[in-house]
Design a protein around this ligand. Structure first.
Ligand SMILES: Cc1ncc(COP(=O)(O)O)c(C=O)c1O
Length: 497
Protein backbone atom coordinates (compact mmCIF):
# COMPACT_ATOMS: atom_id res chain seq x y z
CA UNK A 1 0.00 0.00 0.00
CA UNK A 2 2.80 2.36 0.91
CA UNK A 3 4.70 1.61 -2.31
CA UNK A 4 1.56 2.14 -4.37
CA UNK A 5 0.83 5.47 -2.71
CA UNK A 6 4.42 6.66 -3.21
CA UNK A 7 4.13 5.67 -6.89
CA UNK A 8 0.77 7.42 -7.10
CA UNK A 9 2.27 10.66 -5.86
CA UNK A 10 5.36 10.35 -8.03
CA UNK A 11 3.38 9.71 -11.21
CA UNK A 12 0.30 11.78 -10.45
CA UNK A 13 1.05 14.09 -13.39
CA UNK A 14 0.41 11.25 -15.83
CA UNK A 15 -3.13 10.76 -14.49
CA UNK A 16 -6.19 12.92 -15.16
CA UNK A 17 -6.67 15.62 -12.53
CA UNK A 18 -10.24 14.38 -12.04
CA UNK A 19 -12.57 12.14 -13.98
CA UNK A 20 -16.33 11.68 -14.06
CA UNK A 21 -17.58 8.85 -11.86
CA UNK A 22 -19.40 6.10 -13.76
CA UNK A 23 -22.69 4.97 -12.23
CA UNK A 24 -21.25 1.48 -11.81
CA UNK A 25 -18.49 2.83 -9.59
CA UNK A 26 -20.88 4.93 -7.52
CA UNK A 27 -23.15 1.89 -7.15
CA UNK A 28 -20.23 0.07 -5.57
CA UNK A 29 -20.65 2.30 -2.52
CA UNK A 30 -24.31 1.44 -2.07
CA UNK A 31 -23.57 -2.13 -1.05
CA UNK A 32 -24.80 -4.13 1.95
CA UNK A 33 -23.24 -3.60 5.38
CA UNK A 34 -20.39 -6.13 5.77
CA UNK A 35 -21.33 -8.29 8.76
CA UNK A 36 -18.74 -10.96 8.10
CA UNK A 37 -14.98 -10.27 7.89
CA UNK A 38 -13.35 -9.78 4.47
CA UNK A 39 -9.78 -10.13 3.26
CA UNK A 40 -7.68 -6.98 3.59
CA UNK A 41 -6.22 -7.61 0.11
CA UNK A 42 -9.71 -7.61 -1.40
CA UNK A 43 -10.66 -4.39 0.32
CA UNK A 44 -7.42 -2.82 -0.87
CA UNK A 45 -8.16 -3.99 -4.39
CA UNK A 46 -11.54 -2.24 -4.23
CA UNK A 47 -9.85 0.90 -2.94
CA UNK A 48 -7.35 0.81 -5.82
CA UNK A 49 -9.99 0.33 -8.48
CA UNK A 50 -12.88 2.41 -7.19
CA UNK A 51 -11.50 5.09 -4.87
CA UNK A 52 -8.06 6.10 -6.15
CA UNK A 53 -9.09 7.00 -9.73
CA UNK A 54 -12.02 9.12 -8.54
CA UNK A 55 -10.48 11.25 -5.80
CA UNK A 56 -10.69 15.08 -5.65
CA UNK A 57 -7.47 15.53 -7.63
CA UNK A 58 -5.82 18.18 -5.48
CA UNK A 59 -2.58 16.19 -5.35
CA UNK A 60 -2.33 16.79 -9.11
CA UNK A 61 -0.38 19.82 -10.38
CA UNK A 62 -3.29 20.72 -12.68
CA UNK A 63 -5.63 21.26 -9.72
CA UNK A 64 -6.31 25.00 -9.41
CA UNK A 65 -9.82 25.06 -8.01
CA UNK A 66 -11.07 26.61 -4.78
CA UNK A 67 -8.16 26.75 -2.27
CA UNK A 68 -6.82 23.21 -1.94
CA UNK A 69 -3.36 22.26 -0.74
CA UNK A 70 -1.40 19.54 -2.53
CA UNK A 71 -0.16 17.56 0.47
CA UNK A 72 3.26 15.90 0.60
CA UNK A 73 4.65 12.41 1.04
CA UNK A 74 6.15 13.57 4.32
CA UNK A 75 2.69 14.49 5.57
CA UNK A 76 1.30 11.19 4.33
CA UNK A 77 3.90 9.19 6.25
CA UNK A 78 3.23 11.24 9.38
CA UNK A 79 -0.49 10.48 9.02
CA UNK A 80 0.33 6.79 8.93
CA UNK A 81 2.40 7.10 12.10
CA UNK A 82 -0.32 9.14 13.82
CA UNK A 83 -2.92 6.51 12.92
CA UNK A 84 -0.61 3.84 14.32
CA UNK A 85 -0.35 5.63 17.66
CA UNK A 86 -4.09 6.39 17.58
CA UNK A 87 -3.59 9.09 20.19
CA UNK A 88 -6.56 11.02 21.54
CA UNK A 89 -5.55 14.66 21.97
CA UNK A 90 -8.52 15.79 24.07
CA UNK A 91 -6.29 15.82 27.13
CA UNK A 92 -4.23 13.82 29.67
CA UNK A 93 -0.48 13.52 30.04
CA UNK A 94 1.22 12.28 26.87
CA UNK A 95 3.73 13.64 24.38
CA UNK A 96 1.32 14.02 21.41
CA UNK A 97 -0.17 16.95 23.37
CA UNK A 98 3.30 18.45 23.71
CA UNK A 99 3.71 18.14 19.93
CA UNK A 100 0.51 20.19 19.48
CA UNK A 101 1.75 22.70 22.04
CA UNK A 102 5.00 22.91 20.11
CA UNK A 103 3.08 23.89 16.96
CA UNK A 104 1.14 26.47 19.00
CA UNK A 105 4.44 27.93 20.18
CA UNK A 106 5.78 28.05 16.62
CA UNK A 107 2.53 29.66 15.41
CA UNK A 108 2.82 32.20 18.23
CA UNK A 109 6.33 33.05 17.04
CA UNK A 110 5.29 33.20 13.36
CA UNK A 111 2.68 35.85 14.15
CA UNK A 112 4.60 37.65 16.89
CA UNK A 113 1.92 36.91 19.52
CA UNK A 114 2.85 37.32 23.20
CA UNK A 115 3.58 34.53 25.68
CA UNK A 116 0.25 33.29 27.00
CA UNK A 117 -1.28 32.98 23.55
CA UNK A 118 -3.15 29.74 22.96
CA UNK A 119 -3.78 27.62 19.92
CA UNK A 120 -5.74 24.60 18.81
CA UNK A 121 -5.91 22.32 15.80
CA UNK A 122 -9.37 22.08 14.30
CA UNK A 123 -10.75 20.67 11.06
CA UNK A 124 -10.38 23.89 9.08
CA UNK A 125 -10.75 27.64 9.07
CA UNK A 126 -14.56 27.39 9.10
CA UNK A 127 -14.31 25.83 12.56
CA UNK A 128 -11.47 28.16 13.59
CA UNK A 129 -13.60 31.20 12.68
CA UNK A 130 -16.49 29.76 14.70
CA UNK A 131 -14.23 29.41 17.73
CA UNK A 132 -13.03 33.01 17.26
CA UNK A 133 -16.60 34.33 17.18
CA UNK A 134 -17.36 32.38 20.36
CA UNK A 135 -14.28 33.70 22.17
CA UNK A 136 -15.09 37.28 21.07
CA UNK A 137 -18.67 36.83 22.30
CA UNK A 138 -17.48 35.58 25.70
CA UNK A 139 -14.98 38.44 25.92
CA UNK A 140 -17.78 40.93 25.15
CA UNK A 141 -20.47 39.54 27.48
CA UNK A 142 -18.38 37.84 30.15
CA UNK A 143 -18.31 34.17 31.17
CA UNK A 144 -21.87 34.37 32.46
CA UNK A 145 -23.08 34.22 28.85
CA UNK A 146 -22.13 30.55 28.83
CA UNK A 147 -24.83 29.81 31.42
CA UNK A 148 -27.35 32.53 30.77
CA UNK A 149 -27.26 32.51 26.98
CA UNK A 150 -27.44 35.59 24.83
CA UNK A 151 -30.56 37.25 26.26
CA UNK A 152 -31.01 40.97 25.66
CA UNK A 153 -27.35 42.05 25.70
CA UNK A 154 -26.58 39.40 23.11
CA UNK A 155 -29.31 40.59 20.79
CA UNK A 156 -27.50 43.92 20.50
CA UNK A 157 -24.10 42.52 19.52
CA UNK A 158 -22.92 43.42 16.02
CA UNK A 159 -19.96 42.09 14.06
CA UNK A 160 -18.35 43.47 10.89
CA UNK A 161 -16.54 41.98 7.95
CA UNK A 162 -16.16 42.78 4.28
CA UNK A 163 -18.64 41.87 1.58
CA UNK A 164 -15.84 39.72 0.09
CA UNK A 165 -15.35 37.66 3.27
CA UNK A 166 -15.88 33.91 3.32
CA UNK A 167 -19.41 32.67 3.99
CA UNK A 168 -18.30 30.65 7.01
CA UNK A 169 -18.15 33.88 9.06
CA UNK A 170 -21.86 34.46 8.54
CA UNK A 171 -22.41 30.80 9.30
CA UNK A 172 -20.44 31.18 12.55
CA UNK A 173 -22.73 34.06 13.56
CA UNK A 174 -25.68 31.80 12.88
CA UNK A 175 -24.24 28.86 14.84
CA UNK A 176 -23.34 31.06 17.80
CA UNK A 177 -26.96 32.22 17.96
CA UNK A 178 -26.21 35.85 17.15
CA UNK A 179 -27.81 35.50 13.75
CA UNK A 180 -26.52 36.25 10.28
CA UNK A 181 -28.18 39.70 10.29
CA UNK A 182 -25.98 40.71 13.22
CA UNK A 183 -23.03 40.57 10.81
CA UNK A 184 -22.61 43.77 8.82
CA UNK A 185 -21.11 43.22 5.38
CA UNK A 186 -19.02 46.32 4.76
CA UNK A 187 -18.46 47.41 1.12
CA UNK A 188 -15.12 46.72 -0.54
CA UNK A 189 -12.89 48.86 -2.76
CA UNK A 190 -12.01 48.02 -6.37
CA UNK A 191 -9.46 45.45 -5.13
CA UNK A 192 -12.05 43.72 -2.89
CA UNK A 193 -10.43 45.09 0.31
CA UNK A 194 -12.66 46.28 3.10
CA UNK A 195 -13.49 49.99 2.90
CA UNK A 196 -12.16 51.09 6.28
CA UNK A 197 -14.01 54.43 6.25
CA UNK A 198 -17.29 52.58 5.56
CA UNK A 199 -16.42 50.19 8.40
CA UNK A 200 -15.96 53.11 10.76
CA UNK A 201 -19.26 54.65 9.62
CA UNK A 202 -21.14 51.39 10.15
CA UNK A 203 -19.76 51.05 13.69
CA UNK A 204 -20.57 54.67 14.54
CA UNK A 205 -24.11 54.33 13.17
CA UNK A 206 -24.71 51.11 15.14
CA UNK A 207 -23.47 52.68 18.38
CA UNK A 208 -25.76 55.67 17.76
CA UNK A 209 -28.66 53.23 17.32
CA UNK A 210 -27.95 51.69 20.75
CA UNK A 211 -26.33 48.54 19.40
CA UNK A 212 -23.09 46.95 20.68
CA UNK A 213 -20.30 46.44 18.12
CA UNK A 214 -17.98 43.69 19.42
CA UNK A 215 -16.03 42.08 16.57
CA UNK A 216 -14.34 42.93 13.28
CA UNK A 217 -13.15 40.13 11.01
CA UNK A 218 -10.42 41.15 8.58
CA UNK A 219 -9.47 38.95 5.63
CA UNK A 220 -5.92 37.92 4.77
CA UNK A 221 -6.62 36.47 1.32
CA UNK A 222 -10.27 36.54 0.30
CA UNK A 223 -11.61 33.38 -1.22
CA UNK A 224 -12.58 34.89 -4.58
CA UNK A 225 -9.54 36.95 -5.53
CA UNK A 226 -7.01 36.73 -2.69
CA UNK A 227 -7.51 40.31 -1.49
CA UNK A 228 -5.86 41.26 1.80
CA UNK A 229 -7.58 43.90 3.90
CA UNK A 230 -5.51 46.77 5.26
CA UNK A 231 -4.94 44.90 8.50
CA UNK A 232 -2.96 47.75 10.07
CA UNK A 233 -5.85 50.18 9.56
CA UNK A 234 -8.46 47.64 10.68
CA UNK A 235 -6.36 46.80 13.76
CA UNK A 236 -5.99 50.49 14.67
CA UNK A 237 -9.73 51.00 14.31
CA UNK A 238 -10.40 48.00 16.57
CA UNK A 239 -8.04 49.36 19.22
CA UNK A 240 -9.78 52.77 19.14
CA UNK A 241 -13.23 51.23 19.27
CA UNK A 242 -12.23 48.49 21.74
CA UNK A 243 -13.43 45.72 19.45
CA UNK A 244 -12.17 42.16 19.07
CA UNK A 245 -9.95 42.02 15.95
CA UNK A 246 -10.05 38.61 14.29
CA UNK A 247 -8.29 37.74 11.03
CA UNK A 248 -9.59 35.07 8.67
CA UNK A 249 -6.28 34.07 7.16
CA UNK A 250 -7.42 30.69 5.88
CA UNK A 251 -4.54 30.52 3.44
CA UNK A 252 -3.12 34.06 3.38
CA UNK A 253 -2.03 34.30 7.03
CA UNK A 254 0.92 31.98 6.46
CA UNK A 255 2.32 34.54 4.01
CA UNK A 256 4.26 35.64 7.11
CA UNK A 257 6.66 32.79 6.23
CA UNK A 258 7.72 34.44 2.98
CA UNK A 259 9.89 37.58 3.24
CA UNK A 260 8.47 38.61 -0.14
CA UNK A 261 4.82 38.24 0.91
CA UNK A 262 4.94 39.04 4.63
CA UNK A 263 4.67 42.84 4.19
CA UNK A 264 1.30 42.23 2.53
CA UNK A 265 -0.17 40.94 5.80
CA UNK A 266 1.44 43.59 8.01
CA UNK A 267 -0.81 44.29 10.97
CA UNK A 268 -1.81 40.64 11.43
CA UNK A 269 0.41 40.56 14.53
CA UNK A 270 -2.03 42.98 16.23
CA UNK A 271 -5.00 40.63 15.89
CA UNK A 272 -6.76 39.19 18.92
CA UNK A 273 -7.16 35.91 17.06
CA UNK A 274 -6.14 34.40 13.72
CA UNK A 275 -7.78 31.48 11.89
CA UNK A 276 -5.71 29.66 9.27
CA UNK A 277 -5.11 26.31 7.65
CA UNK A 278 -1.85 24.37 7.51
CA UNK A 279 -3.61 22.22 4.89
CA UNK A 280 -3.63 24.99 2.31
CA UNK A 281 -0.44 26.93 1.53
CA UNK A 282 1.69 24.96 4.03
CA UNK A 283 0.89 21.73 2.11
CA UNK A 284 0.02 19.64 5.20
CA UNK A 285 -2.44 16.88 4.19
CA UNK A 286 -6.09 17.42 5.14
CA UNK A 287 -7.20 18.38 7.65
CA UNK A 288 -5.14 20.81 9.69
CA UNK A 289 -6.98 24.03 10.53
CA UNK A 290 -5.74 26.18 13.39
CA UNK A 291 -6.97 28.92 15.71
CA UNK A 292 -4.49 31.15 17.51
CA UNK A 293 -5.74 33.43 20.30
CA UNK A 294 -3.68 36.26 21.77
CA UNK A 295 -5.07 35.88 25.29
CA UNK A 296 -5.10 32.19 26.20
CA UNK A 297 -7.17 32.88 29.32
CA UNK A 298 -10.04 34.34 27.30
CA UNK A 299 -9.82 31.34 24.99
CA UNK A 300 -9.94 28.90 27.91
CA UNK A 301 -12.79 30.82 29.58
CA UNK A 302 -14.90 30.17 26.48
CA UNK A 303 -14.67 26.39 26.56
CA UNK A 304 -13.30 24.93 29.81
CA UNK A 305 -15.95 22.99 31.76
CA UNK A 306 -15.46 20.98 34.93
CA UNK A 307 -16.56 17.35 34.69
CA UNK A 308 -15.86 14.53 37.14
CA UNK A 309 -14.83 12.16 34.37
CA UNK A 310 -12.28 14.74 33.14
CA UNK A 311 -10.69 15.33 36.56
CA UNK A 312 -7.08 16.52 36.37
CA UNK A 313 -4.91 14.41 38.66
CA UNK A 314 -1.45 15.29 39.92
CA UNK A 315 0.05 11.94 38.94
CA UNK A 316 -0.43 9.30 36.28
CA UNK A 317 -1.94 9.53 32.81
CA UNK A 318 -4.80 11.75 34.01
CA UNK A 319 -2.31 14.45 35.07
CA UNK A 320 -1.17 17.37 32.94
CA UNK A 321 -2.42 20.90 33.25
CA UNK A 322 -2.90 21.65 29.56
CA UNK A 323 -5.85 19.77 28.12
CA UNK A 324 -6.85 20.86 24.59
CA UNK A 325 -10.51 20.07 25.28
CA UNK A 326 -10.48 23.29 27.35
CA UNK A 327 -9.95 25.33 24.18
CA UNK A 328 -12.58 24.06 21.77
CA UNK A 329 -15.78 22.05 21.48
CA UNK A 330 -14.10 18.69 20.72
CA UNK A 331 -13.22 16.23 23.45
CA UNK A 332 -11.92 13.39 21.30
CA UNK A 333 -9.34 14.80 18.92
CA UNK A 334 -6.88 13.20 16.49
CA UNK A 335 -3.15 13.83 16.17
CA UNK A 336 -3.28 16.50 13.41
CA UNK A 337 -0.25 18.11 14.99
CA UNK A 338 2.06 15.27 13.94
CA UNK A 339 1.79 15.77 10.16
CA UNK A 340 2.24 19.51 10.73
CA UNK A 341 5.29 18.92 12.95
CA UNK A 342 6.80 16.60 10.33
CA UNK A 343 6.06 19.10 7.54
CA UNK A 344 7.56 22.09 9.36
CA UNK A 345 10.63 20.15 10.48
CA UNK A 346 11.24 18.39 7.15
CA UNK A 347 10.89 21.36 4.85
CA UNK A 348 11.48 24.27 7.19
CA UNK A 349 9.46 27.46 7.17
CA UNK A 350 11.82 29.21 4.70
CA UNK A 351 11.13 26.65 1.99
CA UNK A 352 7.40 26.65 2.66
CA UNK A 353 7.44 30.45 2.38
CA UNK A 354 9.31 30.12 -0.94
CA UNK A 355 6.63 27.71 -2.21
CA UNK A 356 3.98 30.32 -1.36
CA UNK A 357 5.88 33.05 -3.21
CA UNK A 358 6.27 30.71 -6.17
CA UNK A 359 2.51 30.08 -6.39
CA UNK A 360 2.09 33.86 -6.59
CA UNK A 361 4.66 33.95 -9.43
CA UNK A 362 2.58 31.31 -11.25
CA UNK A 363 -0.51 33.51 -10.81
CA UNK A 364 1.37 36.47 -12.29
CA UNK A 365 2.48 34.28 -15.18
CA UNK A 366 -1.15 33.30 -15.86
CA UNK A 367 -2.16 36.95 -15.61
CA UNK A 368 0.43 37.86 -18.25
CA UNK A 369 -0.74 35.05 -20.52
CA UNK A 370 -4.33 36.27 -20.20
CA UNK A 371 -3.34 39.87 -20.88
CA UNK A 372 -1.32 38.86 -23.91
CA UNK A 373 -4.20 37.06 -25.61
CA UNK A 374 -7.10 39.14 -26.97
CA UNK A 375 -9.42 36.12 -26.75
CA UNK A 376 -9.15 36.26 -22.97
CA UNK A 377 -10.25 38.92 -20.49
CA UNK A 378 -8.71 39.50 -17.06
CA UNK A 379 -11.50 39.90 -14.49
CA UNK A 380 -9.43 40.02 -11.29
CA UNK A 381 -5.65 40.50 -11.38
CA UNK A 382 -3.26 38.39 -9.32
CA UNK A 383 -3.18 40.11 -5.93
CA UNK A 384 -1.74 36.96 -4.41
CA UNK A 385 -2.06 33.46 -5.91
CA UNK A 386 -5.51 33.72 -7.54
CA UNK A 387 -6.40 34.92 -11.03
CA UNK A 388 -9.94 35.32 -12.39
CA UNK A 389 -10.36 35.52 -16.14
CA UNK A 390 -12.84 34.78 -18.90
CA UNK A 391 -12.96 33.58 -22.43
CA UNK A 392 -14.54 36.42 -24.40
CA UNK A 393 -17.83 35.34 -25.93
CA UNK A 394 -21.35 36.60 -26.58
CA UNK A 395 -22.90 34.28 -24.05
CA UNK A 396 -19.91 34.60 -21.77
CA UNK A 397 -21.37 33.28 -18.49
CA UNK A 398 -22.70 30.11 -20.07
CA UNK A 399 -19.62 29.49 -22.21
CA UNK A 400 -17.16 29.98 -19.35
CA UNK A 401 -19.15 27.65 -17.09
CA UNK A 402 -19.11 25.07 -19.88
CA UNK A 403 -15.38 25.54 -20.46
CA UNK A 404 -14.67 24.82 -16.79
CA UNK A 405 -16.84 21.68 -16.83
CA UNK A 406 -15.06 20.60 -20.04
CA UNK A 407 -11.69 21.19 -18.39
CA UNK A 408 -12.66 19.05 -15.42
CA UNK A 409 -13.97 16.24 -17.58
CA UNK A 410 -10.94 16.34 -19.85
CA UNK A 411 -8.74 15.73 -16.81
CA UNK A 412 -6.33 18.45 -17.99
CA UNK A 413 -6.92 21.06 -15.31
CA UNK A 414 -9.37 21.78 -12.52
CA UNK A 415 -9.93 25.50 -11.94
CA UNK A 416 -13.18 26.60 -10.27
CA UNK A 417 -15.61 29.40 -11.11
CA UNK A 418 -16.87 32.39 -9.20
CA UNK A 419 -19.07 35.40 -9.87
CA UNK A 420 -17.42 38.82 -9.90
CA UNK A 421 -19.55 41.89 -10.59
CA UNK A 422 -22.25 39.62 -11.94
CA UNK A 423 -19.84 37.92 -14.35
CA UNK A 424 -19.10 34.23 -14.11
CA UNK A 425 -15.34 33.88 -14.30
CA UNK A 426 -12.79 31.11 -14.44
CA UNK A 427 -10.87 31.20 -11.19
CA UNK A 428 -7.40 29.65 -10.91
CA UNK A 429 -5.92 29.47 -7.41
CA UNK A 430 -2.33 28.24 -7.22
CA UNK A 431 -1.76 26.45 -3.96
CA UNK A 432 -0.21 23.10 -4.91
CA UNK A 433 3.62 23.07 -4.76
CA UNK A 434 3.71 20.66 -7.74
CA UNK A 435 2.12 23.10 -10.20
CA UNK A 436 4.53 24.22 -12.92
CA UNK A 437 4.39 26.86 -15.66
CA UNK A 438 3.57 24.06 -18.13
CA UNK A 439 0.34 23.44 -16.15
CA UNK A 440 -0.57 27.12 -16.57
CA UNK A 441 0.12 26.78 -20.30
CA UNK A 442 -2.07 23.67 -20.48
CA UNK A 443 -4.87 25.57 -18.72
CA UNK A 444 -4.69 28.55 -21.07
CA UNK A 445 -4.42 26.45 -24.22
CA UNK A 446 -7.34 24.24 -23.19
CA UNK A 447 -9.52 27.24 -22.30
CA UNK A 448 -8.83 28.66 -25.76
CA UNK A 449 -9.49 25.32 -27.47
CA UNK A 450 -12.74 24.56 -25.61
CA UNK A 451 -13.81 28.20 -25.93
CA UNK A 452 -13.28 28.20 -29.69
CA UNK A 453 -15.21 24.95 -30.04
CA UNK A 454 -18.18 26.36 -28.10
CA UNK A 455 -17.96 29.62 -30.03
CA UNK A 456 -18.22 27.72 -33.28
CA UNK A 457 -21.29 25.79 -32.10
CA UNK A 458 -22.86 28.97 -30.73
CA UNK A 459 -22.32 30.78 -34.03
CA UNK A 460 -23.74 27.93 -36.07
CA UNK A 461 -26.82 27.91 -33.84
CA UNK A 462 -27.43 31.63 -33.69
CA UNK A 463 -29.58 33.06 -36.45
CA UNK A 464 -28.11 36.54 -36.41
CA UNK A 465 -24.36 36.76 -36.34
CA UNK A 466 -23.24 39.48 -33.94
CA UNK A 467 -19.86 41.15 -33.89
CA UNK A 468 -18.15 40.55 -30.56
CA UNK A 469 -16.34 43.24 -28.67
CA UNK A 470 -13.02 41.54 -28.08
CA UNK A 471 -11.48 44.51 -26.32
CA UNK A 472 -7.80 45.15 -26.86
CA UNK A 473 -6.53 43.33 -29.92
CA UNK A 474 -2.87 44.02 -29.27
CA UNK A 475 -0.97 40.85 -28.47
CA UNK A 476 1.40 41.70 -25.63
CA UNK A 477 4.78 40.09 -25.33
CA UNK A 478 5.49 38.25 -22.07
CA UNK A 479 8.16 39.98 -19.99
CA UNK A 480 11.26 37.76 -19.53
CA UNK A 481 10.53 36.93 -15.88
CA UNK A 482 7.32 35.22 -16.95
CA UNK A 483 8.81 32.97 -19.61
CA UNK A 484 8.15 29.50 -18.11
CA UNK A 485 11.77 28.40 -17.78
CA UNK A 486 12.61 31.61 -15.93
CA UNK A 487 10.21 31.02 -13.05
CA UNK A 488 11.71 30.07 -9.74
CA UNK A 489 11.27 26.31 -9.85
CA UNK A 490 14.06 25.32 -7.52
CA UNK A 491 11.72 24.34 -4.69
CA UNK A 492 9.89 21.72 -6.71
CA UNK A 493 12.24 18.72 -6.46
CA UNK A 494 12.72 19.18 -2.74
CA UNK A 495 9.09 19.24 -1.75
CA UNK A 496 7.71 16.82 -4.31
CA UNK A 497 10.24 14.12 -3.41
C1 LIG B 1 -10.83 33.02 3.15
C2 LIG B 1 -11.34 31.68 3.56
N1 LIG B 1 -11.94 31.55 4.77
C3 LIG B 1 -12.40 30.38 5.21
C4 LIG B 1 -12.30 29.24 4.43
C5 LIG B 1 -12.83 27.94 4.95
O1 LIG B 1 -11.74 27.14 5.28
P1 LIG B 1 -11.91 25.56 5.48
O2 LIG B 1 -12.31 25.05 4.13
O3 LIG B 1 -10.56 25.08 5.90
O4 LIG B 1 -12.96 25.34 6.50
C6 LIG B 1 -11.70 29.32 3.18
C7 LIG B 1 -11.61 28.15 2.31
O5 LIG B 1 -11.09 28.16 1.22
C8 LIG B 1 -11.20 30.57 2.73
O6 LIG B 1 -10.59 30.71 1.54
Amino acid sequence: MLDDMLDYTEHVRSRPVWQPIPDSVRAHFRSEMPCAPGALADVYDEFSRFVVPYATGNVHPGFMGWVHGGGTVTGMLAEMLAAGLNANLGGRDHIPIEVERQITEWARQMFGFPAGASGLFVTGTSMANLIAVLVARTAALGRKVRRAGLKRGGAKLRAYTSAAAHGCIAQAMDLVGLGIDALRLVPVDASQRIDVAALQDAITADRAAGLTPFLVVGSAGTVDVGAIDDLQAVGALCRNEELWFHVDGAYGALAVLSPELAPRVAGIQDADSIAFDFHKWAQVPYDAGFILVRDGEQHRDTFASPAAYLRRETRGLAAGTYWPCDYGPDLSRGFRALKTWFTLKTYGTDLLGAVMARTCALARYLEERVLSDPRLELVAPAQLNIVCFRYRADDSNAINATIVADLHESGIAAPSTTIINGQLTIRAAFVNHRTQPCDVDALVESVLRFGAAHDAVHRRNSESVTVRDTGSKTKRKLPPQYIPGNLQTSVEPVIAA
